[in-house]
Design a protein around this ligand. Structure first.
Ligand SMILES: NC(=O)c1ccc[n+]([C@@H]2O[C@H](COP(=O)([O-])OP(=O)(O)OC[C@H]3O[C@@H](n4cnc5c(N)ncnc54)[C@H](OP(=O)(O)O)[C@@H]3O)[C@@H](O)[C@H]2O)c1
Length: 298
C-alpha cells in the first residue's frame, strides 16, 4: 500500500517492536522474526527511540547486521520526541515531549547509528509537543528529508488541527498519522483524524489493533461480548479468530488504516498476515462495534 502520493510503499500489516525485548530474544531470534514477517508478506517494521527504555533500536540493528541485504527488504519506521528519566539519562528530572527541530535531528541520527542504517523509510514525531512551534518541528523534519536521512515524515497521536498546522510548514507533505484505533478505542471515527487522512489521501497507521491484548481479557465485559460476536460470524470468514476479525475491523474503515501489530508469537504473525484477505460485511462490522461498546448504535 502506498502510504501517500509522496509516501513509501508499506505492507498492509505492520510489525511493531515495542514489546520485542519482553522475551529477551537474541539478535538471531529477532532476525528470524523479521524473516517470518517477510515470509508472510509483512515488510514494514515499526519502532521508536524510546521502545524498551531506549534499548530496542540497538537490538534491531544487531539483528539486521546478521544478514547483509535484509535491511533493504524492509521498510523501517521510527519515532522520536518522548524523553523519560532513566539510567542512561540521570540528568532528566521529568518525562517530557520535545519536538523541536534540533532535538528531532539528534534523536534520528542516534536511531540510525543504533540500527546500523543510513536512512529510515519513515520518521514520525511520536507525540505532539505542547511547547514547540510547528515551524520549529518542521524545520528539523525538512532538513532530514533534504539530506536523505529520512525518506518520508509523519506524525503520531496528532489531532487533526495539530496535523494541519505542521503540514503547512512541510516542504513535502506529511505521509501519515499513527494513532490508537481499535475496537476498544473508536474515538478517531468521530474526532476528525481519520476523515483528515481520507481527505488528504494519506493512510493512517493504527497502533495496538488488539487493544494491547485487552480484547482477550476475561475481566473485561467487552471481551466476552466480542468473543461471542466473533464466534457468531467466524464461519462467514473461513473460521477467522477474534484477533483476525479485530484486524479486519480496523482495516475496514474507509480511510484504510494499516494495523501495527505487537505479538511476540510467530504463529500470531502468520495469522495476522492472513487477516489481510478478510473483507467484513457491513452488518458484521457494526455487530463488532456494538459488542465492543455494549450498546446499540445511536
Ligand atoms: N505511536 C504510538 O504512540 C504507539 C503506541 C503503542 C504502540 N505502538 C505500536 O503499535 C505496536 C503494537 O502495539 P501492541 O503491542 O499494543 O499491539 P496489539 O497487537 O494490540 O497487542 C499485542 C499484545 O496482545 C497480545 N495478544 C495477541 N494475540 C493474543 C491472543 N489471541 N490472546 C491473548 N493475547 C494476545 C500479545 O501477546 P503475545 O505476544 O503473546 O502474542 C501482545 O502482548 C507496537 O509494537 C508499536 O510499534 C505505537
Amino acid at each position: 500500500m502506498k502510504l501517500a502520493a509522496n509516501g513509501p510503499e508499506f505492507s498492509r500489516i505492520i510489525y511493531g517492536t515495542w514489546r520485542i525485548l519482553e522475551t529477551n530474544p537474541t539478535p538471531q531470534e529477532i532476525n528470524s522474526r523479521f524473516n517470518t514477517c517477510l515470509d508472510h508478506g509483512i515488510t514494514t517494521i515499526d519502532t521508536a527511540e524510546i521502545y524498551g527504555k531506549y534499548l530496542v533500536e540497538e537490538s534491531l540493528g544487531a539483528a539486521l547486521a546478521l544478514s547483509p541485504g535484509l535491511r533493504e527488504k524492509l521498510e523501517i519506521v521510527t519515532k522520536a520526541g518522548i524523553y523519560i528519566p532513566n539510567a542512561f539519562h540521570p540528568d532528566r528530572r521529568t518525562a517530557h515531549y520535545n519536538a523541536s527541530g534540533p532535538r528531532l535531528i539528534k534523536s534520528l541520527e542516534k536511531s540510525l547509528r543504533l540500527m546500523q542504517t543510513d536512512y529510515v523509510d519513515l520518521f514520525l514525531v511520536h507525540r505532539p509537543d505542547w511547547l514547540t512551534r510547528a515551524d520549529d518541528t518542521a524545520s528539523g523534519l525538512n532538513e532530514l528529508l533534504a539530506n536523505g536521512k529520512i525518506r518520508s515524515a509523519g506524525v503520531s497521536n496528532y489531532s487533526a488541527a495539530q496535523y494541519e498546522l505542521l503540514n503547512g510548514y512541510m516542504d513535502q507533505p506529511l505521509v501519515t498519522n499513527q494513532i490508537e484505533f481499535h475496537l476498544l478505542h473508536t474515538e478517531p471515527i468521530h474526532n476528525g483524524v481519520l476523515q483528515q487522512c481520507e481527505r488528504l489521501g494519506v493512510l493512517p497507521m493504527a497502533w495496538s489493533p488488539l487493544a494491547s491484548g485487552k480484547i482477550f481479557d476475561p475481566a473485561n465485559p467487552a471481551s466476552s461480548r466480542l468473543a461471542e460476536a466473533a464466534t457468531n460470524m467466524s464461519s462467514r470468514y473461513n473460521n477467522a479468530s477474534l484477533e483476525q476479525l479485530a484486524y479486519a475491523w480496523v482495516a475496514a474503515h474507509p480511510s484504510h488504516p494499516l494495523p501495527v501489530i505487537g505479538t511476540n508469537k510467530l504463529e500470531r504473525i502468520k495469522s495476522a498476515a492472513e487477516s489481510d484477505s478478510i473483507v467484513l460485511e457491513r452488518e458484521d462490522w457494526y455487530a463488532l462495534w456494538e459488542a465492543a461498546a455494549g450498546r446499540k448504535i445511536p
